[in-house]
Each structure stands twice: as C-alpha cells, then as structure tokens.
Design a protein around this ligand. Sequence first.
Ligand SMILES: [Zn+2]
Length: 105
Amino acid sequence: MGSTTTKNKPTTARSRAVLRDVEPGSTVECARCGERVKFQAKVRHKQVICNVYERGKWMRVEHFHSDCYTAAGEPHGEVDTTPVVKARRAAAAPTAAPTLQTRSA
Ligand SMILES: [Zn+2]
C-alpha cells in the first residue's frame, strides 16, 4: 500500500492524447492534414488519439498521424506514450523453431 495523496482529482476533465498503433482497417482521418491514417504492415505507423474536452465536457475524438500531432504543436497536450496493457495472444513467433528432421534414408 502506498501513501498516495491524490484525493482530489481535478474536476475539469482535460483533453488528452495517447499514442497508439494504427490498427488494420483503420478508416480515420488525420485532424491536421485530412489524410487517412492508414495501416501499413511494412511501416508500423503510430497515431495519436485525442479525447477532446471543452470546458470539462467530452466533445469528440480526434486522430492524428503522430508526426502531424507534433507538427501541430501538440494541440491537446503532451502525448501519453504509455503502452496499452492488453491481454495478448501468444507473442508472435517470428521464426519457426528449428525442426530437425533427421531422415534416415
Ligand atoms: Zn496527418
């Protein structure tokens, strides 16, 4: 048990931005350049997803290319790059285990 002294959270929710992988089949458009935030297997694109609050009320979600977000001057605050903790299926095994097939001919 830690002694956290964060009793009072700020009452006004603020906009926040998180960095996420672009998902396959993504159809969102970048709020800055208007281009589709496309998934490309070869390039592991990152997107910035922003929950936009105005006067403490949630208004909308905006997506940005991570580069565009930086270029825009981080309009919704610093990007939270903490990775999502997700129950992942078996970690990708990139290389097949060496199967030694000893064939006695
Ligand atoms: Zn963009």
